[in-house]
Each structure stands twice: as structure tokens, then as C-alpha cells.
Design a protein around this ligand. Structure first.
Ligand code: PLP
Ligand code: SF4
Length: 436
């Protein structure tokens, strides 16, 4: 299949859009698409979206903007400007103003996690958890289609100064040499597999040649299996990509593709099955992850089926996330209590091989916080929580407690249980900050 992308300027020419969408729906997409990123492609449109019921279709919701993804006032602000024939520049100003009100950088990504090397800020790197460094190769900061829930959305709307990107691998390699505690590097984006194999190989070959004995795992975060499996099958440099994977595993390093799948539909096509098979033949492992989102996958059956299908195809379920507090969060957010219920119900229905999945997890400023469940202790209803990953390694796997709150959707809405004034990690954090 030849890749064809559709965005704001040409989505009306998609035959399925022409056939199905009303003028109002098209207008809504234009209004919201002026603020939030929008891109879809011919594989998603032809093979994943069920157009006979598109208004309730999870893949349609995942890729096409909906008017409720903006607040009524933001929507109105943008639409009236469009109705008044505002210029492109004026629309952009309004869009940027709205974007800044959508919490573009949750969890302190900008300030807290960008490391330095001899006084140089490594803008394309994040180092938050001791063992794992994130790397944002500059050419890998877009995707084969955009998810409407995406927390990396500021990267796609031209907020250039907010973009994490670094062209050279040299600084990264030097950083890894000085940080032998790092065992894992995670290439992320956007989607690094949007890059040509030749470009990707520049980074990966340099890493292999650098001969970093402490580096044991290379991970690549990607949505290409879900949005464009041809990347691994019939694209013109697909075979070279698989050869590159094999070169990595032959070198003795572990290669893990961190594949984003949001719905079992993405696992059904013949093409994705073929792609998974080809990747696994290279010795690479595929681990899977997704957030839970209203309108897309807030149903235990969906998760159960997704994990079962993944294991059947030879993939390893890894993360069940809560949607981050950014962009169209209000549209997608599922309360913590309900998310846990869905997780537990799905988890109870699958075999141990699916239970490698970890969650529900919130990637918050202090770390990845997992909801273990709810309990009633000494007459108080509480959430039992713990860190899967934390800024301070000593916090990991220490249970802590919050007052039960049926509506809470994020860590910052929770209050400590049993009358305590703060969570243990807040006490340690403010102590550390005062000490600085
Ligand atoms: C999740 C995450 C990682 C990886 O953590 P693992 O537990 O090793 O999977 C690394 N860095 C950041 C910022 C993360 O959010
Ligand atoms: S594939 Fe990932 S980075 Fe790209 S739009 Fe979707 S969630 Fe965002």
C-alpha cells in the first residue's frame, strides 16, 4: 500500500468522509483541527475505521477531532474567528493562546528531566529514572497518523520552541559514557519509525559502535504497527529496517519495540500480523502499551481481548496508562476508580502470560504511580497506590494511601488518607528543595 496522509487541508477528499460526514461534522473537525493536531492515513481510513458506525467507532475517535475535545468557549473562540474570515496569522495566534491553556507540558517535562553535559543542555534527552534515558531524535518527531488524545501534541503544531529534539547522537553517547547507571535507552517521539531506515541507522549504528558495555537494552517507542504496519513489510526500506533490528540483536543487545495499541481492531489486519512475525524473527521483542480513554477503550472486554490477542501474536503486554492531563484530557479522562475497576475485571479474565501488564499507571511529576486498588481501613475508604518508577528510587514499591475519590482523574486531585497533611514523597521533595 502506498502511504497517503490526510490532514486539515485535504481530509474532505477522503471518499469515506465525503460519503458519510455532515457539513457540521466537517466544520467541527476544521475548528478543532486548527488547535489540536490532525492527521490520518489511508490504512487507518480503509482498514481500521468502521465507517457504517463511525460516530461510535474507536479508531475514528482516535484520529478525527471531535468538537467536544475543546471546551465550549475555546471552540466558540476559534469558530467565530473562522466565521469572521480571520487571516491565517490571526488564527494561529488564537490557536497558540488556546494551546497554552491546555497544559502543553504536563508532569514538569520541560523543567525537571532535561539533563546537562558539561554545561550544555541536552534538549533531545530526558533522564528521569536512573536506568532509562529517553532520546528524541529530531527526524522522528511526527507520526503516521495523530492520536486525538496525544500528550506529545505540542510537537505537531509547530510550537517549535517547545520541541524536544536533538540531531546528533554524539552528545547522547558522551552522556551515556558518563552515566553507567543507564542500562536502557528509549528512542521516542513522535514516532522514531517515521524516519527512513537510513536515518535511523545513523543513530543506532553510532550507538552500537560506541561499544557501551553498560547499555543492555535499546527500546523504540512506536505506533507504526497500529497505524502503518507496512513500515515492516512492503515499504521500500522495510527489509533494511528488519536487517537493522537483527544487527542490534546480533550485537548482543536486547531490542524492544514498545508498541502502542489502543484497541484490538489494530491487531486484526493481515498486515499487522505479518509485521509482528517479521519483527519477532529478528530477535526483537515487542512490548505493548496504551492509555485508557473514554470513547475508545473504557471497557474491560476491550482490554481483555487486546491482551489476549497480543500474547497470541507473541507480544508482551507492558503498560496500562491513565490518559495524561493535557490537550483534550477532559474528553478522554476516565476516573481513577473506574479505570482500576476496568483493569481488574480484564486482568481477572486472562492467563498469567497477559499479566505482565502494569497499571493502571499515571506518569506524574514524582513518578509513575500505580493504583493497586481500593480498601476500607479503620472506617475510611482509601486508594492503595505505589510507585512503579520514581524520581527517587527509594520510593519504588512502597505502598501509600489516598482518600477514596470516585471522581478523581489524576494524582494532584488526591488527598492523603488517615488525616495526614501530605504524601510521603511530597515531604521528602519539599525537604530536598529547601535543602537546595
Ligand atoms: C516510563 C518512563 C521510562 C521507562 O520506565 P520503565 O519502568 O523502565 O519502563 C523512562 N523515562 C520516563 C520519563 C518514563 O515516563
Ligand atoms: S502515535 Fe504516539 S506520539 Fe504519535 S500522536 Fe499517537 S500518541 Fe502521540
Amino acid at each position: 500500500m502506498k502511504y497517503k496522509a490526510y490532514a486539515l487541508h485535504n481530509f474532505r477528499s477522503l471518499p469515506q468522509v465525503e460519503r458519510n460526514l455532515s457539513a457540521r461534522e466537517i466544520r467541527d473537525i476544521e475548528v478543532v483541527g486548527n488547535v489540536l493536531p490532525f492527521k490520518v492515513n489511508n490504512y487507518v481510513a480503509e482498514h481500521l475505521i468502521q465507517w457504517d458506525n463511525y460516530q461510535n467507532d474507536p479508531m475514528f475517535r482516535l484520529t478525527f477531532p471531535h468538537r467536544d475535545m475543546l471546551s465550549a468557549s475555546h471552540f466558540h473562540e476559534m469558530e467565530s474567528a473562522m466565521d469572521a474570515d480571520a487571516t491565517k496569522a490571526e488564527l494561529k495566534l488564537i490557536a497558540n493562546k488556546i494551546r497554552m491553556e491546555l497544559n502543553p507540558h504536563p508532569a514538569g517535562q520541560m523543567e525537571s528531566n532535561v539533563p546537562q553535559l558539561n554545561g550544555t543542555v541536552l534538549t533531545g534527552v530526558q533522564h528521569k529514572y536512573r536506568q532509562t534515558v529517553l532520546f528524541f531524535p529530531q527526524a522522528g518527531q511526527t507520526c503516521h497518523a495523530y492520536c486525538t488524545f496525544c500528550f506529545r501534541w505540542p510537537q505537531f503544531v509547530g510550537m517549535a520552541e517547545l520541541k524536544f529534539a536533538m540531531k546528533e547522537t554524539e552528545l547522547l553517547i558522551q552522556y551515556l559514557r558518563e552515566h553507567p547507571e543507564v542500562t536502557d535507552i528509549l528512542f521516542t517521539g513522535g514516532d522514531p519509525l517515521i524516519m527512513s531506515t537510513a536515518k535511523l541507522a545513523v543513530h543506532l549504528d553510532a550507538l552500537l559502535e560506541a561499544d557501551l558495555p553498560k547499555l543492555s537494552t535499546i527500546r523504540i517507542g512506536t505506533k507504526a504497527l497500529g497505524y502503518w504496519p507496512y513500515r515492516f513489510t512492503t515499504d521500500k526500506d522495510a527489509d533494511e529496517l528488519l536487517a537493522l533490528f537483527k544487527k542490534i540483536t546480533d550485537s548482543g543487545k536486547h531490542l524492544a519495540l514498545m508498541a502502542h495499541f489502543n484497541h484490538p481492531v489494530e491487531l486484526q489486519t493481515a498486515e499487522v500480523k505479518k509485521a509482528v512475525k517479521r519483527i519477532r524473527k529478528t530477535g526483537a521483542e515487542i512490548r505493548t502499551q496504551s492509555p485508557i480513554m473514554k470513547h475508545i477503550n473504557d471497557d474491560a472486554k476491550v482490554w481483555r481481548d487486546m491482551w489476549k490477542k497480543q500474547v497470541k501474536l507473541g507480544m508482551v503486554p507492558y503498560y496500562f496508562f491513565l490518559a495524561r492531563d493535557t490537550g483534550a484530557h477532559d474528553y478522554f479522562a476516565v476516573p481513577l476508580a473506574k479505570s482500576h475497576q476496568i483493569f481488574q475485571e480484564a486482568y481477572q479474565q486472562v492467563s498469567g502470560l497477559c499479566r505482565t501488564v502494569r497499571g493502571p499507571s499515571m506518569s506524574a511529576a514524582p513518578g509513575k504511580v500505580q493504583i493497586l486498588g481500593t480498601q476500607e481501613i479503620a472506617g475510611e475508604k482509601i486508594f492503595v497506590l505505589r510507585f512503579i518508577q520514581a524520581r527517587n528510587p527509594n520510593w519504588v514499591h512502597k505502598p501509600f494511601f489516598a482518600r477514596f475519590d470516585e471522581k478523581a482523574t489524576w494524582l494532584d486531585q488526591l488527598k492523603p488518607a488517615f488525616g495526614k497533611g501530605s504524601f510521603f514523597f511530597e515531604e521528602e521533595r519539599s525537604a530536598a528543595m529547601t535543602a537546595n
